[in-house]
Write a protein that binds this ligand. Structure first.
Ligand code: HEM
Length: 318
């Protein structure tokens, strides 16, 4: 039996941004060392590489937004998601190429979690030196999807390099358009609870969501910090909501044991509800510690009975 690597679930934290994320076909993750994009996110602990594939509809809407065609390599963008020391995503970097008057201009764009440009970098080009200069590039920092990125309007070009400046300005605009098409929320969309609109495709997807919440609670018990309590409490309430999706899917092991499956799901639902109530008033107490231990035991028993694959919920601690 293969032991599942659940470390990848961490990256699924980004999923909470919007339900649109769920329709994105992400390829396997690769974890990169912290130094990789340190010039853009110096405080990141590590980066996770995620590749998505744009649907024809997404391509059409992005091209309409950026008023030009995407390049073939843009259709399968690879995001480098930056994670802080606390394991939470702090932003992303997209490497891209634009066509300048003297050939390809390659660079990278960093966005924070609110969809604002952190930094634009130009790595290789055959244009005037000024297009890779801080003076020109810092104009992009802090801009977002509502900005035009139009040379001569909100962007001052490098003197004598109007077309190359336009090509560079397209990089952050394109990064924003692609990121919003895939998973960032438009600023004018009202805040909504992911669990309310969530339509999981399979049980594994539900479990990935639950694992993210589980990790937040675990982090609170480990740190004991009051500042982590709110996140843990919210996570416990989210777990309660996600439990209802479990019933929509048959387990891969013992699928005929519907009675047992319902029993464990209900037991988990009751236990997590009670735990959330105590957590709210008591924080970390003997009771909540005991309740949490019992919940973990219950989940482990459930997994042994209904999952073909061995699941070690704390594997990413090793
Ligand atoms: C805090 C609660 C829980 C967490 C953090 C959790 C986490 C996980 C993880 C990480 C996986 C592996 C997913 C993968 O292969 O990609 C998994 C699989 C699974 N879990 Fe859970 N789980 C929880 C509660 C439950 C409950 C309450 C049930 C059922 C009553 C359940 C049933 C299953 C089953 C059947 C699988 C196998 C899915 C498959 O291979 O298709 N889990 N879970």
């Amino acid at each position: 039996m293969k032991s599942r690597t659940v470390a990848a679930c961490r990256a699924a934290l980004l999923m909470v941004l919007t339900p649109v994320f769920f329709t994105t076909a992400w390829a396997e993750d690769t974890t990169l060392p912290r130094g990789e994009f340190a010039s853009i996110f110096p405080k990141a602990a590590n980066f996770v590489e995620k590749t998505a594939e744009l649907t024809p509809e997404q391509v059409a809407s992005i091209e309409a937004e950026i008023e030009t065609k995407l390049r073939p390599e843009d259709l399968k963008p690879t995001f480098h998601i930056a994670f802080g020391e606390d394991g939470k995503p702090v932003g992303l970097v997209l490497l891209l190429t634009a066509e300048g008057p003297n050939g390809a201009i390659s660079g990278g764009v960093g966005l924070d979690m609110t969809g604002k440009v952190v930094k634009v970098e130009v790595h290789k080009h055959s244009e005037a030196a000024g297009i890779a200069d801080e003076t020109f590039l810092k104009q992009f920092s802090g801009k977002g999807v509502e900005d035009r990125f139009k040379v001569g309007e909100d962007i001052e070009p490098v003197v004598g390099a109007q077309a190359a400046s336009r090509a560079v300005a397209l990089m952050p605009k394109k990064t924003l358009a692609i990121s919003y098409a895939l998973f960032l929320k438009r600023p004018d969309t009202p805040e909504e609870d992911v669990a309310e609109t969530y339509e999981p495709e399979d049980l594994k997807e539900v479990m990935m969501m639950m694992k993210d919440e589980y990790d937040l609670i675990r982090a609170y018990f480990q740190s004991g910090k009051n500042s982590d309590k709110e996140a843990a409490l919210k996570a416990a309430k989210q777990l309660e909501k996600y439990t209802k999706f479990i019933a929509d899917f048959e387990p891969p092991k013992n699928p005929n044991d519907t009675e047992g499956y319902t029993y464990f799901r209900k037991k988990f639902d009751d236990a997590i509800r009670e735990f959330a109530q105590h957590l709210e008033t008591e924080g970390i107490s003997k009771t909540t510690q005991k309740q949490w231990r019992e919940i973990v035991e219950l989940v482990n028993t459930t997994h042994l009975r209904f999952s073909v694959e061995e699941i070690d919920l704390d594997e990413d601690l090793n």
